[in-house]
Design a protein around this ligand. Structure first.
Ligand code: SAH
Length: 221
């Protein structure tokens, strides 16, 4: 499959629903985020190895999560699990679109626990032109980050035992968090949409998913 046909098929399958998620899918070249030897299959709708026993998620999972996040230009978004940097770039294309003036741009902060992958994400994002919109931090993202303001959206791209309390704490009023929760073994994981309204935290089950395990303080040891 090529890039255009992949996006078209995700639209046809109802995964991509909104114009902004579609535009971001069209603009970010996944071939720049996969290892050289997988470049030929960069636009197949499958996860691919990125080293360190980790994977770049399948495109349908990335865009399903982006639709659930309900992203808007100008937002501050936190991603836990940078991996290749691809997912962060697709979020950046919505909160800070390439054809918008930088004065309106939001920011993506992506946290990666593995130093080698944090470097990989940084390099990929720089080559693809996202280094001023996406900040890569090498840390345990399950503990959240000590930021000066609350964040609008959080996406976790590894499966957690439960929703990490520090992440809920970091969310602004009206904020949304998308996270896979369940076992560390690729089965029995639920994708959850968590919404914070005042002091209420609502959790909605979306679908069954298969992610690598979240490590760190609120992950699997
Ligand atoms: N979003 C990535 C794919 C992520 S794979 C992409 O677009 O390519 C999951 C990633 O989460 C792995 O790179 C893994 O090292 C990282 N990870 C696992 N536990 C973490 C934690 N506690 N904090 C930050 N990153 C973590």
């Amino acid at each position: 499959m090529d890039h255009a046909r992949l996006v078209e098929s995700l639209v046809r399958r109802g995964i991509i629903k909104t114009e902004k998620v579609r535009r971001a899918a069209e603009r970010v070249k996944r071939e720049l985020f996969v290892p050289e030897r997988y470049r030929r299959v960069a636009y197949e709708d499958i996860p691919l190895p990125i080293g360190e026993d980790q994977t770049i998620s399948a495109p349908h999972m990335v865009f399903m999560m982006n639709e659930l996040l309900d992203l808007e230009e100008g937002q501050l978004v936190l991603e836990v699990g940078s991996g290749s940097g691809y997912h962060a770039a697709t979020i950046a294309e919505i909160v800070a679109p390439s054809d918008s003036p930088p004065s309106r741009w939001g920011t993506v902060i992506t946290v990666e626990i593995n130093p080698k992958l944090a470097s990989l994400a940084f390099e990929n994002l720089s080559k693809a032109g996202y280094s001023s919109r996406v900040h890569v931090i090498n840390a345990d993202g399950s503990m959240g980050l000590p930021l000066r303001r609350k964040v609008d959206r959080i996406v976790v791209t590894a499966a957690a035992p439960q929703v990490p309390p520090p992440l809920v704490e970091m969310l602004a009023d009206g904020g949304k968090l998308v996270i896979p929760v369940g076992s560390p073994g690729f089965w029995g994981q639920d994708l959850l949409l968590v919404e914070k309204r005042g002091d209420k935290v609502m959790k909605k089950y979306i679908t069954e998913v298969a992610f690598v395990p979240l490590r760190g303080r609120y992950g699997w040891s």
